[in-house]
Design a protein around this ligand. Structure first.
Ligand SMILES: NC(=O)c1ccc[n+]([C@@H]2O[C@H](COP(=O)([O-])OP(=O)(O)OC[C@H]3O[C@@H](n4cnc5c(N)ncnc54)[C@H](O)[C@@H]3O)[C@@H](O)[C@H]2O)c1
Ligand SMILES: O=P(O)(O)OC[C@@H](O)[C@@H](O)[C@H](O)[C@H](O)CO
Length: 490
């Protein structure tokens, strides 16, 4: 067994593809916040692909961990010289593994925020990218407005405070760049948020305005915020993944990444200080990302929400098991066709029917072993962003909201905290206590869950929506989730 590190790389090849480029000649050009599974399966993989062709050698990544839990990633990255194994798994069971070398450094911000700020302020850094989850943006999930009352946001605005958030650290670095006569840079959000670049711009602007109006003006003139659509299903790494990498590849890797073989990245070409030649690695550079974002968030991510709550209640724990149930597959296709697709704009070069069916086949990929629990987490950050807009658009146009109402009812039933076999559910949500309390009231007061107006706005006042919601909740409280899915699949 070989421990993965820079000194053992050569011994792993050719059995396992490893970086053939000279990592000691790389220079950091990108600082990335939120080095989780997705960044390592997606952006870092695209960069590694370019580096393997001799390109983008001055665009290596310095990863940053901000939350206390990121100390685990820091330890692994230090131990493995930031190297890790990426295992892409196809539905037919075939797999493609290689060692990724595009991340060059990793800093744990709580240990040394000053080092993070100075790294971003360095002249060679031209992009700050981020995958800090939908909840990481200080944005009210329903109104889309910046939540300027957030304590962490305000703590970073206290004069003399050492910044602890992404927004505080990057803004301080931008202030130093301005004061040193250095150019601005690009802030590239890669989170699953519609208008992710616009959202990042709104939060940075709100933060900078409160700090210093002249700095806010400088940021407006010198920093760009491209929107993007990012796609690759990447479950959290499990011990079984570690054991498989060790048994099949003969290496000790404390944090490999396993993902599907599909990849997509559609990106607005708006970079303040240049960019890697992403297009040479398969990225689609476009003028308007919105049609792609809407397609992905409302078909893929909202379908994940559609499948996870009834799937979990019915006893499924793996996503492919849910999607290999023909009734669930028909229900998902019906949601996509009847309620999501009418809200989309034409998507250049995409046949939406092919896209929808491809999603069912991606969800059915048994090799990836994506968990239903992963999709059920942080619903309060997901449903308002991905599904509520679809429902509201359909209501405004007088179209059906039967599926949208059923998905919210299934979340309510899930948040009651026990599945249909009586097993308790670990509800993972930043609003856990409140959503569980509201859900527990629905048997006596069926609209209790829906009256959480910060999540659902005025849906509780809409008669058409309420009718569909109560119908679905009644089935969930009676014959159960499979009966509801069968009804909606018919
Ligand atoms: N996993 C996927 O299939 C997938 C696919 C497309 C897009 N994404 C996007 O990437 C995001 C991350 O997914 P992942 O699978 O890498 O998750 P992950 O849990 O592996 O990593 C998330 C990272 O974000 C950091 N983070 C969370 N909240 C933060 C905050 N408030 N401030 C700073 N850092 C914060 C965490 O510390 C961690 O490093 C998703 O939320 C989504 O927006 C994920
Ligand atoms: O990671 P999140 O929180 O954005 O959402 C959960 C999943 O829907 C998501 O991770 C998908 O797997 C991903 O968006 C596929 O590209």
């Amino acid at each position: 067994m070989t421990q993965l590190s820079a000194s053992t790389l050569a011994s792993l090849a050719p059995a396992l593809p490893v970086p053939a480029y000279d990592r000691s000649a790389l220079a950091v050009g990108i600082v990335h916040f939120g080095v989780g599974g997705f960044h390592r399966a997606h952006q870092a993989m695209y960069l590694d692909r370019l580096m393997s062709r001799g390109q983008a050698l001055d665009w290596a990544v310095c990863g940053i961990g901000v939350l206390p839990g990121d100390v685990a990633m820091k330890q692994v990255m230090d131990h493995q010289d930031c190297l890790y194994t990426l295992v892409e798994k196809a539905p037919d069971g075939s797999r493609n593994a290689r060692v990724i070398g595009s991340i060059l450094e990793y800093l744990f911000a709580p240990d040394d925020p000053e080092a993070v700020i100075e790294t971003i302020a360095a002249p060679g850094v031209r992009i700050v990218s981020m995958t800090v989850t939908e909840g990481g943006y200080f944005i009210d999930p329903v109104t889309g407005q910046v939540d300027t009352g957030n304590p962490a946001f305000n703590a970073d605005l206290v004069p003399g405070a050492v910044p602890a958030t992404v927004f505080g650290m990057v803004t301080e670095a931008l202030a130093r760049r301005r004061d040193r006569g250095l150019p601005g840079l690009t802030v590239m959000s890669c989170d699953n948020i519609q208008g992710n670049g616009d959202t990042a711009r709104a939060v940075f602007s709100a933060f900078a305005e409160r700090r210093n109006a002249a700095l806010a003006d400088w940021i407006a003139d010198n920093v760009t915020f491209p929107n993007s659509m990012v796609d690759r299903i990447t479950p959290a790494t499990t011990d079984a993944d570690r054991a498989e990498v060790s048994a099949e590849l003969g290496i000790e890797d404390a944090w490999p990444v396993v993902c599907e073989d599909f990849e997509q990245w559609v990106l607005e070409d708006s970079f303040a200080q240049g960019r890697p030649a992403w297009e040479d690695a398969g990225v689609q550079l476009v003028d308007d990302v919105e049609p792609y974002e809407l397609m992905k968030l409302r078909l893929l991510n909202a379908s994940h929400q559609a499948l996870c709550y009834p799937g979990f209640l019915a006893g499924y724990r793996l996503v492919h098991d849910v999607c290999q149930d023909p009734a669930f597959a028909r229900y998902l296709l019906a949601y996509m066709e009847q309620e999501a697709t009418p809200t989309l704009r034409p998507v250049p070069g995409v046949d939406l029917d092919v896209y929808r069916h491809k999603l069912i086949s991606r969800f059915s990929n048994a090799a990836v072993r994506d968990t239903v629990a992963r999709l059920c987490a942080e619903s309060s950050d997901r449903i308002p962003k991905w599904l509520v807009p679809v429902i509201r658009e359909n209501l405004a146009a007088g179209r059906s909201v039967r599926y949208g109402a059923a998905i919210i009812a299934a979340w309510a039933r899930y948040a009651e905290g026990t599945d249909e076999a009586g097993q308790s559910i670990d509800v993972v949500d930043r609003l856990r206590a409140r959503v569980m309390t509201a859900a527990s009231q629905t048997r006596e007061d069926p609209l209790a869950f829906l009256r959480q107006r910060d999540l659902f706005l005025d849906l509780a006042d809409d008669a058409a929506f309420v009718d569909a919601y109560l119908d679905a909740l009644g089935v969930l409280h009676g014959p159960g989730a499979k009966a509801l899915v069968a009804e909606l699949a018919a």
